[in-house]
Design a protein around this ligand. Sequence first.
Ligand SMILES: *Cc1c(COP(=O)(O)O)cnc(C)c1O
Length: 402
Amino acid sequence: MSEKFTGSFTQQESIPQAGIDAAMAVLQHGRLHRYNLAEGEIGETSALEQEFAELTGAKYCLAVASGGYAMGAALRACGVTAGDKVLSNGFTLAPVPGAIAAVGAVPIFVEVTENLRIDLDDLAIKIASSGAKTLLLSHMRGHLCDMDRLMSICDGAGVTVIEDCAHTMGATWNGVPSGRQGTFGCYSTQTYKHINSGEGGFLISDDPDLMARAIILSGSYMLFERHKAAPPKEAFDKVRFVTPNVSGRMDNLRAAILRPQLADLKTQVDRWNERYDTVNAGLENTPGLQRIERPTAETMVGSSIQFLLPNWPEAAINDFVARCLACGVELKWFGAADPVAFTSRYDSWRYAPAQKLPQTDGVLAGLIDMRIPLTFSLEDCAQIARIIRAEVGAVYQSIKTA
Ligand SMILES: *Cc1c(COP(=O)(O)O)cnc(C)c1O
């Protein structure tokens, strides 16, 4: 242990000056609520929705209070109700099964492959065995599965797909933006995602009736005509009196902060990927460490990186993580029995029926996860890779000689 990294794994970049200026303007005029508009004004929230719809190519967009809210609204809009089974990834984070449980539905978990994507063979098996008609697909840590095959399995079985794109805003599969293949795409603008408003989220869809429902659900009262990325008025006529208000709106202050960041997203994606590539290249050919293969159809957003320490004993992994931390490199291990920080695993969500996913257990047992904030320089990323490599080397040597 010689090098020490001194950067912070949780420090984000500041909000761009244009976002700060726009936020100040909202604070000065005081119209923070999205429907509080001056004569002829579109408002920051509606403008943001138009811009996000344009960026993704979706017909409709709704900005909401969080990514978790977006998933819950999508499930409700699709008619999922108490007792329904909803399929999801065995490898994801707590807001995903939480959104399923929040509508009273029952999460059914699908295995993950060693490339951290949903196992499509197991998906077909679980569709047949559970009879579930909805999949809340989590593109966990930015790893897109073969979306063409996934959609053909789900379309063939009459399963509605809702995409959780919390980690894939800006990513594509065969050129199609993440979130555009499912009935709904759900995004988060929480601080640790790809654009930052503290809390916030989006829903996109091409389905006018389902989007009208989502807009009423979000708390539009009868003001839905103030939305500019919404379906025509007729779509609301069918749903306005039978859809409950479950308030979860975005406000103009957050939207003001987000718009300049959205305009910059492509640049930020490139910066993330340079950093990812630097860490990933630094880990090449490290004995004992397996990198994650990325399919060529995927264009990714490298805002985090994962690797596997296959068949390492628990004590060795703990030792490795502790040694890296002592060198200033914060890693998360997904194999720990008890959830730590943001890390948690399917068997710690005890509100869901107990399920066994042996393949996922095997993958998570060796899975290490690291954030890549844009406040890291490329030199920082190279140094982090050197530290990981050195500590893997030291611990792996001791396993082999033990
Ligand atoms: C962050 C996150 C979400 C949404 O989170 P919110 O904090 O509710 O915005 C959804 N899925 C995954 C995998 C996430 O990491």
